[in-house]
Design a protein around this ligand. Structure first.
Ligand code: DTR
Length: 342
């Protein structure tokens, strides 16, 4: 009895293998189609994450789910991403909670100057914190992927070697980076990344503070020739699905999406840290003579000192809103140290 069963199982497996071999693609049409929007171009690392996720979901559901991706803000721009998903303009949207710290107050904590050294460490920390604290700011959404940039660097038209060079300089950052630049004495402007190249061109800003791959991915090295070697704060990304849409998905599809959510911080962090940023820096040095400016040790210590009060200020501000900010920060420090050991 058992033997017959296993034989027929073997036959089915072989037949499936043969069919699979002769017709690997499109054995059956997708049962579910999901639209996925992102606000920046397809070549950028968050968009690569989106493509990887879409391919993996199709593969791991054997083609049951087809994801149509819309990079470059073709479906939703940076500022309308989360409302757009809530309204059903896209089923999934990848936005940056760091652009709107008022809406995502607890998540803004990961963009404090806590000394993350790379994107993988910060991404894993953000995802673990989100699962543990379940911030109310994501109510109505199912978070399907989270990750961060590497800590941002000041990238400028003219060299920034000290606080005097930075004083009053018009620099752009994501919303959560604005207080950092302010503390360092610059004149910060919050602005989504896709608007930066034009703002640099027209002289609205003299540079930006963010991860360094933008030098190549947004061609900023054509005008920003200097990077100050002082890692600041990360920028957070969260891809979400409308909760009601999520609730209607079949259990097997949900399972694959939850499995992918566990993998995305590491996958994206690894790509960003180990391929994306390094290649961009090498390209910018070769093609555009990018220079990395070091800070003298005493200057670096003074900058650290200016950023030091930010953690306590954040806890005071967020606690006043009734958020568990002290516990979130404490846990962030623990996770940062845990994920520092690779
Ligand atoms: N959210 C960004 C960070 C950023 C870094 N690289 C990219 C690529 C595509 C979009 C955004 C970003 C920032 O605003 O700093």
């Amino acid at each position: 009895m058992n033997r017959r069963k296993s034989n027929s199982g073997l036959f089915v497996a072989l037949a499936a293998g043969l069919i699979g071999f002769s017709a690997p693609m499109a054995v059956h049409a997708a049962e579910i189609t999901l639209t996925y929007a992102f606000f920046a171009p397809a070549r950028t690392f968050p968009a690569r994450q989106m493509t990887h996720w879409a391919e993996q979901l199709a593969k791991r559901t054997n083609g049951k789910v087809d994801v149509k991706t819309f990079p470059g803000g073709t479906l939703l721009g940076a500022k309308e991403m989360y409302d757009g998903v809530a309204k059903g303009v896209a089923n999934i949207g990848l936005g940056s909670p760091s652009y709107d710290p008022g809406r995502f107050p607890l998540t803004s904590g990961v963009a404090l100057p806590v000394g993350f050294t790379n994107a993988t460490q910060a991404s894993r920390t953000l995802w673990a914190l989100t699962k543990e604290f379940k911030p109310k700011e994501y109510d109505g959404f199912k978070v399907i992927a989270m990750f961060t940039t590497e800590p941002g660097f000041i990238q400028t038209k003219t060299a920034v070697r000290n606080a005097a060079d930075l004083a009053g300089m018009k620099l752009r950052a994501a919303g959560t980076g604005v207080p950092v630049l302010k503390a360092l004495g610059a004149a910060p402007i919050g602005m989504p990344m896709p608007e930066v190249p034009q703002a640099v061109q027209t002289g609205v800003i003299n540079g930006t503070m963010t991860s360094r791959e933008v030098l190549q991915d947004f061609k900023l090295a054509e005008s920003l020739k200097f990077v100050t070697d002082y890692p600041t704060v990360v920028v957070a990304f969260a891809a979400v699905m409308d909760q009601k849409k999520w609730d209607k998905l079949p259990a097997d599809v949900k399972k694959v999406i939850e499995e992918l959510a566990e993998e995305m911080p590491g996958w994206t962090g690894n790509y960003h840290d180990n391929e994306n940023v390094g290649a961009a820096m090498a390209w910018a040095a070769k093609e555009h003579k990018l220079q990395v400016v070091s800070l003298a040790a005493d200057e670096r210590a003074r900058w650290d000192g200016k950023l030091k009060p930010m953690e306590a200020e954040w806890v005071t501000e967020m606690s006043a809103k009734g958020l568990p900010a002290a516990a979130y920060l404490k846990r962030m420090h623990e996770l940062r140290d845990q994920f520092a050991k690779r």
